[in-house]
Design a protein around this ligand. Structure first.
Ligand SMILES: Nc1ncnc2c1ncn2[C@@H]1O[C@H](COP(=O)(O)OP(=O)(O)OP(=O)(O)O)[C@@H](O)[C@H]1O
Length: 292
């Protein structure tokens, strides 16, 4: 019965979740240029805002999700979050409206490659101090969110875009204020596997966990896999890191007790940066600005 229901939901979504075609004018103002993504809850477009004569990002709740607790409430929450934020490295909410009986919102477009594209398509590599500097810059944004009791919960390389040499954090679809439930459906995260419980807990340490995995991604850009793969080796065995960086990552990804606050984390990040810079013998600030 469950499989039949899932099958029918899939067919229904395929039938009704057709994105608006390029050229369509939404709400008399937003000209669709292209679909940027079809996420679990919504459809994201690149648009020309005809009134302001600038490009922006428009998000629409998937029509198949209207009337469900995974549709409008998810976007209402994301809108409420963006409304509260005012930071140069976070896209601003520009507009919200109902059109064609569906909820839409517009936000600033961040232009540039995301870190996933930089690494996997452009082949960028980062030394240990360079990678630590990236995390230090991201920590500024994370601290801003945490000072507003907001946890992003989805800090990943595709959600960080490099615009004019500065990192921007996007996708607040999973962000939650401290004290709010972690999911829309269950009251707690017990139903999920251990890793998902850790990264989706509404606690600052979830974002530190995201930063830890982010850092590992950056550090793996200089790793050359051996000819014969060995799945048993851990990141600590594969990556030749300064012990200060190893200790930092162990706490971020919660092998060791997590950081309690951003000051404590910043202190260890800065220490790891300066110690690893000595080993790498490079002016990483300069190289970082040049490479990225
Ligand atoms: N403000 C923005 N500026 C530039 N690109 C953006 C912006 N917001 C989203 N995008 C891009 O649009 C695409 C869709 O993003 P979005 O976060 O809306 O949904 P998703 O990632 O496809 O779905 P889900 O959130 O369910 O994972 C992604 O490629 C993302 O990089």
């Amino acid at each position: 019965m469950q499989t039949l229901k899932a099958w029918w939901q899939g067919i229904y979504a395929w039938l009704v979740d057709r994105p608006y075609a390029a050229g369509t004018l939404i709400h008399g103002r937003y000209r669709i240029e292209q679909v940027l993504g079809m996420g679990s809850y919504g459809i994201t477009y690149l648009c020309l805002d005809a009134a302001a004569n600038t490009r922006c990002v428009l998000k629409q709740v998937r029509p198949s999700k209207l009337g469900s607790n995974k549709g409008q409430p998810v976007y209402e929450y994301e809108i409420a979050v963006l409304e509260q934020l005012d930071h140069p490295q976070i896209p601003k909410l520009l507009d919200r409206f109902t059109y064609d009986r569906q909820l839409f919102f517009a936000m600033e477009l961040v232009t540039g490659p995301n870190l996933e594209d930089l690494i996997f398509e452009e082949g960028r590599t980062m030394s240990e101090p360079e990678a630590l500097l990236v995390i230090l810059e991201l920590l500024d944004i994370v601290e801003y969110l945490h000072s507003r009791e907001l946890v992003h919960r989805d800090i990943r390389i595709p959600n960080v875009i490099l615009q004019n040499g500065s990192l921007h954090l996007i996708d607040f679809g999973l962000a939650r204020y401290l004290g709010d439930p972690a999911t829309y459906i269950e009251d707690n995260l017990d139903a999920y596997v251990w890793e998902k419980q850790i990264k989706r807990e509404v606690a600052f340490k979830s974002d530190y966990w995201g930063l830890g995995h982010f850092l590992l991604f950056l550090l793996y850009t200089t790793f050359s896999a051996p000819e014969v793969e060995d799945d048993t080796r851990t990141w600590e065995e594969e990556l030749d890191l300064h012990p200060a960086t190893q200790r930092l990552i162990r706490r971020l990804i919660q092998i060791d007790p997590p950081y309690e606050n951003a000051e404590e984390l910043r202190r260890d990040l800065e220490a790891a940066f300066s110690l690893s810079s000595k080993v790498h013998n490079s002016d990483s600030k300069l190289r970082y600005n040049k490479t990225i």
